[in-house]
Structure formats: C-alpha cells, structure tokens
Design a protein around this ligand. Structure first.
Ligand code: SOE
Length: 385
C-alpha cells in the first residue's frame, strides 16, 4: 500500500504541543495499515527562542513565529491548533481559508459565536476538520460505546460523571492562562466538563436542558512570572483576579429521556485526573475511571443471581478497540495513546474522504452546552441548550 505523507503545521508547544507531536511521531509505527504517515514539518509559536528549542526537542523540520506565514506555506497539509482558547478562532479560520485540514484542541472556542464562525469557515472552505476530544480514543470508552450500541446495558437511564483534579488547590498556584476568563473562556467547565459533555453526547445522545452552578473559591492568585509545560509555572509577587470558575456542577436532560449529573473541579484535594463515569441502563451498568484507564467495569442484570456483580474488563485484549496495535495482552497503555488513537481515526477519515467525529460541529454542540450551563448559573434556573 502506498503511504500517504501528511505534513503537519502545529501551533503551540506546551502540554498539548508535546502530546500532539508525540502522537504524530508514533502513529505510523503502530498503525501502518492505515497508510498515513504524519510528518512533523513546522512548529509555530510567537517566541523565536522558545519555538526553535521546542521544534528541535519534538523533532520538527522547521519553525515559524507567525501563524499567517505557517498557513501560507505550500508544504503544510494540516494545521493543528493547541494554543489557549482565545486564539483558536483566528488561527483555525486562517488555516481553513488557506485550504488546510483543520484540527483544534478542546474546547473548540471560548463562545458559541466563535465556534459557529470556525464551523462556517471550514464548511465554506470544504476542508476536513476535527476537535481533539482525545478521551474518545480510550479503548475502555470505545468499548463502552460498542457495548451500548450492541444493547448490552439496554436503555440508558442515567449518566453520572465527576471530573476531579487538584492542581489549583494551593492558593499560591499562579494565575496560569487556564485561570483567566478572557484567554480560556471558562475554568473547570471548559477545561474538564467539556470532556465529559463530549463523551456524554457520544455515548448517550444530545443534551437538551441544563441546570448548573459555577463557583470560584480562590478569587485572587499570584500573577504568573513564567509558565511551564506541566500546567503550572513560577509565581510573581503581584496578585491578580481569578476570572473563571473553580467548580462547575450541573444536572442535565438528554433528548433520549435519560438524565445526567456532571461535576468538574480542579480543587478536589487528592484527585489527580479522576474522570469517573457511570452509565446505568435497563440491563446493566458501565463504569470508567481515567485513573485506571485500561479498565471498564460492567454489571449485567442477566448474569445468574449467585454470580451477579461488577466485572472488571482489562481492555488490553486484541479484541478491544485499538489495543491490538500495541502490546501483548495485559501490557497496559497510557494517556499519550489516547491522542495516537484519535489521530489514527482522524487521519484515516481525512485521507479517505470519510466523515469524522468529533468534528467542529461536535465542538460547537459542546460549546452550546457549556454556554447554557453558564447562563443557568447566572439565571439560577433551567436553560435549554
Ligand atoms: C488540565 O486541566 C488538563 O490538562 C486539561 O486541559 C485536559 O483537557 C485534560 O485532558 C487533562 O487536564
């Protein structure tokens, strides 16, 4: 099979820049049968000194300091945006206008209007597009999807998700961009609950109505002196306002008739990346926790009474989604593989002209839920999505 090379232009080089470039580097080695080999062509960032160093570290051939120049280059096929939320719009629209395939980190934008303009741009340019809801690339969740579609838990009644982290519980944690409303759009809501919302839409269906609360416990933090690629950075002596939610909690109704609860915070001491999901149906339940991401718990009401109970499925069998490409059974995979798996599906669809989800329309749909939660927190009432 002829291998198709896709030249990548990546904008941003911190946490997500590291995750995305690693995935592009690995993809063809693990999934050669897809016949697509991403090429780390150009890394883009505003500071020449930093982007040059990052390009060398990640293995990019070249770098640019201006995204317009990146988009104008003939040797770029796909523009991948991993910058903070505020710059997703201009960069993704410039890429679409230049005819590049578009890929963007979640949440797609900071507002519904921005997400609409991004979807309009890629639709008009007729370029393929995707949003990086990487948790769809987790084998246990892809298995959950397959089991729900196969009717293994029957009609879904309940969705229950908690997404808990603790990296901002220390009040001296500086005001990184994820804590600034004008840059990130929102806090735990867009950073964490966006993932849960996307998974809920994918596994259960559209969310039609929400009722939520958004709260900020620590209202001022030290201004950031210098950021790092692990969410934090060095604090300065000056204090600044926190302009996002520390905690986002909401209940929801699905178009299917199912109901859901969502909780997201980065202030849950002891919880590191505890994204726990429970789905209850008429014939059984499924439970997933990101801190044990190779496992899926399954309860089947049809099991014999004396043996009924949750079973823990180690999703590392060759029959499980994605895992056959990696290691022998039981040799677990990790966070970085979620990006490789999602990009595998994305590049397969892009190069074969097939539809792909999650795309910018999914990003917009998630944005509508995020915005409805914010409206509901302000109005203290139910809001339709
Ligand atoms: C930080 O809260 C963060 O890195 C999110 O931005 C990611 O989307 C999530 O995958 C892990 O946590």
């Amino acid at each position: 099979m002829a291998v198709k090379k896709i030249n990548i232009g990546l904008v941003g080089y911190q946490f997500m820049g590291k995750a995305h470039s690693n995935a592009y580097r690995q993809l063809y080695r693990f999934f050669p049968e897809v016949g697509v080999e991403p090429v780390l062509k150009v890394l883009c960032g505003r500071s020449e000194e930093k982007v040059k160093a990052a390009a060398e570290k990640f293995g990019f051939e070249d770098y640019e300091t201006d995204y317009e120049k990146l988009c104008a280059r003939d040797d770029i096929d796909l523009v991948d945006v991993v910058t903070p939320g505020e710059s997703h719009v201009p960069i993704s629209i410039a890429a679409a206008k230049a005819g590049k395939m578009g890929f963007c980190e979640k949440p797609l934008a900071n507002t519904v209007a921005q997400a609409e303009s991004m979807l309009a741009a890629v639709t008009e340019a007729k370029v393929p597009h995707a949003v990086c809801f990487n948790y769809r690339g987790i084998p246990a969740l892809a298995l959950a999807k397959r089991m729900i579609e196969d009717g293994r838990i029957g009609t879904v009644y309940h969705w229950r998700s908690v997404y808990l982290q603790d990296w901002i519980v220390d009040p001296n944690m500086p005001l990184v961009w994820r804590l600034q409303g004008d840059v990130a759009g929102s806090g735990a809501l867009g950073d964490l609950a966006a993932h849960s919302i996307d998974l809920a839409r994918w596994l259960v269906g559209e969310i039609t109505e929400v009722n939520g609360m958004l709260d900020t416990f620590i209202k001022q933090r030290p201004v950031l002196a210098e950021s790092d690629d692990r969410l934090g950075g060095k604090a300065s002596d000056e204090m600044g306002e926190v302009t996002v939610d520390d905690s986002a909690i909401f209940t929801a109704r699905f178009a299917t008739g199912a109901v859901g609860t969502f909780e997201a915070t980065r202030m849950a001491a002891g919880r590191k990346n505890h994204h726990r999901i429970e789905i209850n149906g008429s014939k059984g339940s499924l439970v997933f926790n990101m801190e044990r991401m190779n496992e899926l718990e399954y309860y089947n009401t049809e099991d014999p009474g004396d043996a009924r109970g949750f079973q823990v499925i180690q999703t590392t069998d060759s029959e499980h989604p994605y895992t056959g490409a990696y290691w022998p059974v039981g040799h677990v995979i990790g966070y970085e593989h979620t990006f490789i798996n999602l990009m595998r599906d994305m590049l397969e669809a892009f190069t074969q002209g097939k539809p792909f989800s999650p795309d910018f329309a999914d990003g917009l749909a998630c944005q509508r839920v995020l915005e409805a939660v914010s409206r509901s927190a302000a109005s203290r009432s139910w809001e339709s999505v």
